[in-house]
Design a protein around this ligand. Sequence first.
Ligand code: H2P
Length: 803
Amino acid sequence: MDLSKRKFKDDYKKMMTEVYSMDISEAEPTEQFFVLGNLVRTYSSKNWSHTNQVYVENKQKQTYYFSMEFLLGRMLKSNLLNLGILNTVRDGLYDLGIDLETIVQMEPDPGLGNGGLGRLAACFIDSMATSEIPGHGNGIRFKYGLFKQKFVNGYQVELPENWLQNGNVWETRKMHAAVTVRLYGKVWLEKTASGVLEPHYEGAQKVLAVPYDTAVIGYKNDVVNTLRLWSAEVPAQDESTDYWSFIHQRNQIESISEVLYPDDSNYEGRLLRLKQEYFFVSAGVQSIIRHYKKMRVPMLHLAEKVAIHINDTHPALSVPELMRILLDEEKMDWEHAWNVTVNVMSYTNHTIMSEALEKWPIDMISTLLPRIYQIICEIDRRFTMKMSTLFDPSIVERTRIIECGHVKMAHLAIIGSHSINGVAQLHTTILKEKVLHDFYLIYPSKFNNKTNGITQRRWLMLANEPLCNLINRKIGNDWETTPTELKMLKAFRDDEKTLIELAKIKHQNKERFAKHIQKTMGLVLNPDAIFDVQIKRLHAYKRQLLNLLHILSLYFQLKDHPEADLHPRVFIFGAKAAPSYTYAKQIIKLINSVADLINQDTTIKEKLKIVFVENYGVSLAEKIIPAADISEQISLASKEASGTSNMKLMLNGAITLATLDGANVEIRDRVGSNNIIIFGLREEEVYQYYHDGSYHSKSYYDRNPVLRRVLNALIDGTIPDAEAEGRSVFDSLVYYGDEYFVLRDFDAYSAAQKQIDQLYRDTLKWQRMALINIAGAGTFSSDYTVQQYASQIWDVFSRIRDI
Ligand code: H2P
């Protein structure tokens, strides 16, 4: 948008008076933030309503991205950037005596996600608006989101994150668009006079789903899409409701949109999750149908105008919910309704970990969602009947939806969708050949790959302005909208001046991060050290433990030889563990205890430091990533579906230290083997071990003295105050099979780390590698990813650019 500095300053002052009736000089940073947020909203509001109007007028096909998580991060700067007014606003505020960076920090960072899955959804909605794809998010407005992580004596403690405490400047409550979601009760079918079966409901609990809409602003293109998040409320009561039953009902209902991932280690927690899943799916589908009806196109043509994307299995109930509406409310017959539903739906699988492939007990689902359960049974019945005539009975048994008293959500999503995609080439191959092989035999043409992506706007233009400026000086700024243009940087691979400039920027970013750590944790970091970063959800398969064991081996090396020629290292961790995942929490405690041991040991001459940041999330990632030298992507090959921190880190010039897993394979293909450090078992070797059962972790402990010493340190009291955790981890690795082959890959990993130690000493060589990584990162822009979804899955118009 066009905005002069003078106009902005006038608008800002006016808004300050309107909102707070005071002068700018009296305002606190929180108020300054709130006023700026309001102003940004007014700047985007015209385009928002215009975009919606155009969509309806043109009867344009719309995509709805259904996701339990949207890990948005702070939105102020991102909105300013996308409106094209970031610098004007920064300068204008400066004139008014306000520092933009200070007020940016006043915005809460909404924790409406857990890790890569939720952040991917956030990148996608940003990229859809930027790519002019009519695509919107649909999820839950969690009052608390994911927990806030604190370390108490090294242990993870979960606290509520009250991100809405001071209101949310970006959202608009749309009471007129509220819908009713029905839970529990009884349903029976009765024949009408015309012979159609009609459902009758009795005693259902009604939940009012109220949408809160947030503008999703495209990058300098006047497009504004919508993120719709639903809140659960009590519907208007009739006069007869007594006070106490109202309070009870209110608590029950409001808990639906309270926390992301309630503890699922007990029945109540699991039931609440199922309620949440149906709640946002039902509200979303109902509101889509309501909107569709405005276009006055017959229901049979729904798939020509609407695409619904099932992000992971959580929204899989959208299949039976759409069926319910088409059958019960629109009076369509089964065949037509099914045809429409399958053409509307598409599904992304994000993991092969079996714990994430959700299953719901039949009694739970049939009690909570009686009509939906009937429909699922009928889908299952028709599927098994049809497939029995075509395939081996064992295949049908393994693929059906209802099995052993459970409803399998992934099966429901696959059977009910026209497209199933994995999130990196290797992952999709594993789905086709192994994990979902039976389905692949049944529906080969439904399977496809869409490698994940990240938005270069948040992860480079906003997070790393100095690097962004350098790139613009070297190659211009076409890459901002055509990210593959970053490849032009390769022309500077032998230009010493550019490489030195790159090194300087990295150093400055490291200094900035070190300052932040000193302020928040009181730890002093040496910016000349190698900053070695592993930031992701804590999970055994991601192998934070491998990293930790190696750190211990370096520590012992230095204890034995304090003068050992090791380049100083700072190991940076950021990770949350699911509250009921005991093993992951033990690993957190162990890392913290090792950090205490190493950080306080003066005999190793500051050569090693460990930083485990508390409450890792988007805002911290934005600080850590630009300062990273090494990107740790060390999952057991075959287990990480894609990874996206690998893409963010390469874009910021970190060198990837990786197994050939997920998108690491494609990163290697992009930058070449000389510009990435690969180690460890390959996927086919892992499967070979599974096949022949020949992995015996204890033999690595017995044979390898370095490893033995490190492992013994877990149980011999070397690590302070972590006996129980050390014992549990030791036993899991040495005696209980080492599920993720940590000991098997230890030597290879240590050798790769040694190689890094050497490589880093040659600054020019290192920076050349960094440059080639930045130059190759454009392909991994989520702009391209969503354009592929749009053309190949959703069949919606998009401005496709060539890769
Ligand atoms: C998951 C996968 C990642 C993938 C991401 C997005 C579930 O994220 O494990 O490999 O990149 O989805 O597709 P995460 O582990 O970060 O929660």
